[in-house]
Design a protein around this ligand. Structure first.
Ligand code: GDP
Ligand code: ZN
Length: 459
């Protein structure tokens, strides 16, 4: 961390401005060497956080590189908590690259991916889960996932983790006192208290874990499959959804995969609709990719939308589809309700039992809004303020929480069966450490490297 690092922090490409930034002790020195201001000539003569106008100059060649704005920000009230300099150049590739080269020539080191944020973490400005939130913010695809990441950056997850770890720490202290003073009265109280606290810890971890499913959806999109025999209106449905909801990511042309993924955004919930080749033309999923593949696709889905055509009678294929979705979260669409009804609706209702049924017509647009509402309700169970609580979106956090859960569960079992306290202490400490890896309090160097290598350069 002794080095002063520099990097281009904006995306490379055509743009109005591009930002090059530096962090470290030499920032001001290096900045002064390359900058010549109009009003205030030397960067060192400017005030902290004062934006100066002037030029970046390669003094060895007496050559102007770019016309810029520059600011010096004195640590510790900066992103990295170190001294920082930011240079606002013209956008495009050349200017920022030349400025960066000059800084490197003057002694700055090229920053590794995520190194600015890593320094912010190592200098105690962010904990690890907050640092990871920075990546998520950069990668957010919808307002809601952005909001969740922002909450995490603000410390919502850190706060929950800290609370749980504090309870654990108290329990561990309790245990140690009882080990040191093995008075029988004290010990009996200890077991009872431990059980209560242990249960609270377990419930809190469980609550966080319960949000992980929702978090996964926010991050990766809700895996949705549209299922139905040929000609029932699957393509029409997909088009209707795509028409009304801006696609965030359109599929990349020329992909060789036989399954195409479409992303749509329904009120902030990213839906990844799995569109088999069969959905596009008039062939049916089961027929096209075979029963096994269809089964597999359905099994992986978070949500299945099944389409039936009420203008035709129920057929073998329909029964087959109903079988496939018995244990899935599924919404049933009775489509083509604008046509004469040849369906035994009562019979079908018995077949699909608890599943929600919506009558639709892709021709008139009937029912699309109800479908969207029910997708939302399904995953948020009608909560109005969706993100009032912490949501776990990060797979690493989820894994740590699972480990912590297992350890506290083991600990509780041990407590209930009056296992010697030093054995119980092992479980408690493990749990405490598992959680500490989320906030970064007990995390190893290798994990840190892995996490920060996911960042882009300049962040
Ligand atoms: P898929 O094979 O399941 O993808 O079905 P398509 O979406 O390609 O639709 C098959 C045919 O049914 C097309 O001619 C559609 O225009 C028509 N269709 C789809 N939905 C409706 C509907 O609600 N009412 C009517 N009358 N026709 C529909
Ligand atoms: Zn189709």
């Amino acid at each position: 961390m002794a080095d002063t690092i520099a990097a281009i922090s904006t995306a490379i490409g055509e743009a109005g401005i591009g930002i090059v930034r530096m962090s470290g002790k030499e920032s001001l020195n290096i900045g002064s060497k390359v900058f010549k201001g109009n009003k205030i000539e030397n960067l060192k003569d400017g005030r902290n956080r004062e934006l100066l106008y002037g030029h970046i100059i390669d003094k060895s060649k007496d050559q102007i590189i770019d016309e810029v704005l520059i600011v010096y920000m004195k640590g510790p009230y900066t992103y990295t908590r170190e001294d920082m300099v930011e240079i606002y150049c013209h956008g495009g590739i050349i200017s920022v690259k030349k400025v960066l080269e000059l800084l490197l020539n003057e002694g700055a080191k090229l920053a590794e991916p995520g190194e600015f944020t890593k320094r912010a973490f190592l200098n105690g400005r962010l904990d690890l889960s907050q640092a990871e939130a920075v990546i998520d913010i950069i990668r957010s695809k919808t307002d809601k996932s952005f909001q969740v990441s922002l909450d995490q950056l603000e410390g919502s997850l850190s706060k929950s983790i800290k609370e749980i770890r504090n309870i654990l720490l108290e329990m561990i202290a309790h245990v140690e006192v009882s080990i040191d003073f093995p008075d029988e009265d004290i010990e009996e109280v200890a077991y009872e208290d431990l059980e209560n606290s242990g249960r609270i810890v377990m419930e809190k971890i469980e609550a966080l874990l319960n949000t992980a499913e929702r978090g996964k959806i926010l991050r990766y999109g809700l895996n949705t499959v549209i299922l139905g025999k040929p000609n029932v209106g699957k393509s029409s449905l997909l088009n209707a959804i795509l028409r009304e909801n801006r696609a965030i990511v359109t599929d990349i042309p020329g992909t060789t995969r036989d399954i195409i993924e479409e992303y749509v955004n329904i009120d902030g919930i990213p839906l990844k609709i799995i569109d088999t080749a069969g959905i596009r033309d008039t062939e049916d999923l089961v027929e096209k990719i075979g029963v096994d593949r269809a089964k597999e696709t359905v099994e992986k889905a978070d949500l299945v939308i099944v389409v039936f055509d009420v203008s035709r009678e129920l057929s073998e294929e329909d029964y087959h589809i109903i079988e496939l979705i018995q244990d899935k979260k599924a919404i049933i669409l009775l489509n083509k309700t604008d046509l004469p009804n040849k369906y035994d609706e009562k019979f079908l209702k018995e077949l699909v039992r608890d599943k929600e049924i919506i009558t639709t017509s892709m021709t008139t647009g009937l029912g699309i809004d109800i479908l969207e509402k029910s997708i939302k309700n399904m995953f948020y169970s009608g909560e109005v303020e969706i993100f009032s609580d912490t949501v776990v979106t990060n797979i690493r956090h989820k894994n740590q929480l699972e480990k912590a859960y297992k350890n506290i569960a083991d600990g509780l079992t041990a407590i209930k069966s009056y296992v010697p306290l030093d054995c119980i202490e092992v479980d408690l400490k493990n749990c405490w450490e598992n959680l500490g890896e989320i906030s970064g309090d007990t995390v190893g160097e290798d994990i840190l490297d892995k996490i920060f290598s996911e960042f882009c350069i300049g962040k």
